[in-house]
Design a protein around this ligand. Structure first.
Ligand code: URA
Length: 279
């Protein structure tokens, strides 16, 4: 097989055939079958039990990957209900937070009901000076237990999407979700929850100042773009979050269920890379 560089494949707009997982359905099929589905963090929008691969459970984690710490010290901010989040005073408080104080504030947040059912907050993971920001929807069961985004099956696919771009969550990438607490039963977060949590993501973006944002799935795309346009119409375009270019692609959990769409996701990632290179 001809071995071109990732850059050459990107220029051709074709998925590199030698890369694992993200491109090669067979390499995913070769994995043992995942059980049980109820514990699958991608359950909300991920594959059905019979087709899910056990690609998350025993994944080795490089020791250098650090999820945002969970600080037990007193909260910086104590929102008492949804109305608190939308007050200008509260938004102004969030807008002043640094990384560590924001993590404490999220820990203490009770702005929506999701704080009641979560085990751990899942603020984000990665390089705080990252060029790339990937934004997902909300933590699943495994993320809730580990306090790190995308550690379940969808996370493995996200890692291979990053690898296809010669990236990794260890370097030059930050991964966050719109929602920082796990929704019960892996349900899709409702808009009041997204609105309550968005100021934290907005603050993360301000602190991070990424050069490119990739929105993974509908919830991330619609929340970041403040839009109700469907995902299909949002894809394949260069949007902007403030002055930061933003590309919309499928959620990795959706891709696990719909492998043929991986080619489209690769095209989205190529568009993101091209946009970044041109910036
Ligand atoms: N799905 C998401 O959107 N985020 C995660 O962290 C895990 C699964």
């Amino acid at each position: 097989m001809m071995k071109l560089s990732i850059r050459a494949w990107e220029e051709l707009g074709i998925a590199p055939p030698y890369l694992p997982a993200f491109y090669e359905e067979e390499s995913l099929k070769a994995q043992p079958v995942l059980t049980p589905p109820a514990q699958d963090s991608s359950n909300r929008s991920g594959p059905k039990a019979s087709s899910v691969n056990r690609i998350g459970a025993e994944r080795p984690r490089p020791s250098s990957i650090k999820a945002e710490p969970h600080l037990g010290s007193p909260p910086a901010i104590k929102p008492s209900g949804p109305a608190m989040v939308s007050t200008p005073e509260h938004l102004a408080e969030i807008a002043k937070l640094d990384w560590d104080r924001m993590n404490k504030a999220i820990e203490a947040c009770s702005a929506c009901s999701l704080h009641q059912s979560r085990s751990r907050i899942v603020p984000g993971v990665g390089d705080r000076q990252a060029t790339w920001l990937f934004v997902g929807e909300a933590p699943g069961v495994e993320e809730d237990q580990q306090g790190e985004p995308f550690v379940g099956p969808a996370g493995i696919l996200l890692d291979s999407m990053l690898a296809a771009l010669s990236l990794s969550r260890m370097q030059d990438v930050y991964i966050a979700n719109v929602i920082k607490c796990h929704p019960p039963d892996n349900r899709t977060p409702v808009s009041v929850e997204c609105h309550a949590c968005m100021p934290y993501l907005e603050r993360q973006i301000t602190l991070l100042q990424p050069k490119i944002i990739v929105a993974l799935g509908k919830v991330a795309a619609q929340s970041l773009l403040n839009s109700d346009i469907n995902l299909g119409s949002l894809r394949n375009k260069v949007h902007a979050y403030g002055n930061i270019p933003l590309i919309v692609t499928f959620h990795p959990a959706y891709l696990l269920r719909n492998m043929p769409e991986k080619g489209k996701a690769w095209a989205d990632l190529c568009l993101a890379k091209k946009t970044l290179n041109q910036a």
